[in-house]
Design a protein around this ligand. Structure first.
Ligand code: AMP
Ligand code: TRP
Length: 350
């Protein structure tokens, strides 16, 4: 290759947009941690990248979901993602079970994944300890997730810290498959936001704010909470007996640190700017009022748009159908490539 064509190839590669894939489960109520740790970043970066955002209903049923509830949560989550700013012209937003290649790829990848790799997954250990009966699906969950990511040749996987181990497993599975059968997969990278990666519970700042505990009073700010409820939850947030408003990794100050972190991510300010904003604050009461204020200000327009989408189910269905079509157009040829590599015959398509 001449230097000239080398440079041109390089330029073409940098011009080629990187592919982003992430997933979110339609179970439990979407809470502020999901928004600040995941959705907000997806929205802000959707212009720069080629994006796939998947509502992972196959993952959701790894623990029992009431069917009616799952149906509602899936539509509700879709409405929330669009309301938060994901745009169908810029991002492919779709439901996992609408694209058959997800379940199919999981099977093939199961067959190259050693059991020992799955036995090491810390989320499985945590989740299975909380279940009376543990499904095979829960154990296999990370392989399904690897399929999600690998089908789209994803370069980047933006997730919270809790999902890092699963993305690393997806890398290992990709490398192993490529070695055994030939290069099929891009090896993806986890993208973990520094701050906002972990929004902690309001009632206990030592545990992560979670959809699974969103029903416990005072734990989470839920995306659909009314302003009064948000104010109540933030005002009751557990802090400490001191009075210093500062970012800190001292576990005793975890409550204040969490409130400041939330304020920082919502306002897009730097740490010194945040501290400057609170230099005149009189105590934690005022800190909480101002945090509640910025949270309410950010969530109110999202809630308004959410209800507009929920009031127009036909439009929501059209948007999801378009997402599924776009996702299928990428995932099906990739699945065919996988099948060819492992030695399956491909059915004749008309
Ligand atoms: P989940 O609620 O577990 O389906 O998570 C959906 C996405 O939100 C994942 O990328 C999580 O890492 C992220 N996420 C969930 N809870 C939090 C939290 N408290 N802080 C930051 N990110 C979170
Ligand atoms: N397991 C992820 C979670 O609970 C959701 C998920 C499923 C996902 N498939 C994915 C995230 C692919 C990123 C990429 O948060």
């Amino acid at each position: 290759m001449t230097t000239q064509t080398q440079t041109e190839t390089c330029e073409a590669q940098t011009l080629q947009k990187r592919r982003v894939f992430s997933g979110i489960q339609p179970s439990g109520e979407v809470q502020l941690g999901n928004y600040l740790g995941a959705i907000k970043g997806w929205v802000e970066r959707q212009e720069e990248k080629v994006n796939f955002f998947c509502l992972v209903d196959l993952h959701a049923i790894t623990v029992y979901q009431q069917p009616d509830e799952l149906l509602h949560q899936t539509r509700s989550l879709a409405a929330m993602l669009f309301a938060a700013g994901l745009h169908p012209d810029k991002s492919t937003v779709f439901v996992q079970s609408h694209v058959a290649a997800h379940a199919e790829s999981c099977w093939v990848l199961n067959c190259v994944t050693p059991m020992g790799w799955l036995e090491r997954m810390t989320q499985f250990k945590d989740k299975s300890a909380r279940q009376e009966s543990v499904s095979a699906g829960l154990f296999d969950y990370p392989v399904l997730m690897a399929g999600d990511i690998l089908l789209y040749d994803s370069d980047e996987v933006p997730v919270g810290e809790d999902q890092r181990q699963h993305v690393e497993l997806a890398r290992d599975i990709a490398i192993r498959f490529n070695r055994i059968y030939g290069d099929a997969f891009v090896v993806p990278e986890p993208m973990i936001p520094d701050i906002g990666a972990r929004v902690m519970g309001m009632n206990d700042p030592t545990v992560k704010m979670s959809k699974s505990y969103a029903h416990i009073r005072g734990h989470a700010v839920r995306m659909l909470d009314e302003p009064k409820e948000i104010e109540r939850t933030v005002k009751r947030a557990v802090t400490d007996s001191g009075s210093e408003i500062a970012f800190s990794d001292n576990p005793e100050k975890a409550g204040v640190n969490n409130l400041l972190g939330i304020y920082k991510v919502i306002t897009d300010k730097s740490q010194p700017e945040v501290i400057a904003d609170f230099s005149d604050a009189r105590g934690y009461g005022e800190l909480k009022s101002r945090v509640a204020e910025v949270v309410i200000e950010a969530l109110t327009p999202i809630q308004k748009r959410y209800y507009e989408y929920m009031d127009d189910p036909a439009e929501l269905d059209r948007m999801l159908a378009r997402g599924a079509e776009q996702a299928t157009a990428v995932a099906t040829p990739k699945m065919d490539e996988i099948k060819r590599l492992v030695g399956f015959t491909l059915p004749q398509r008309s």
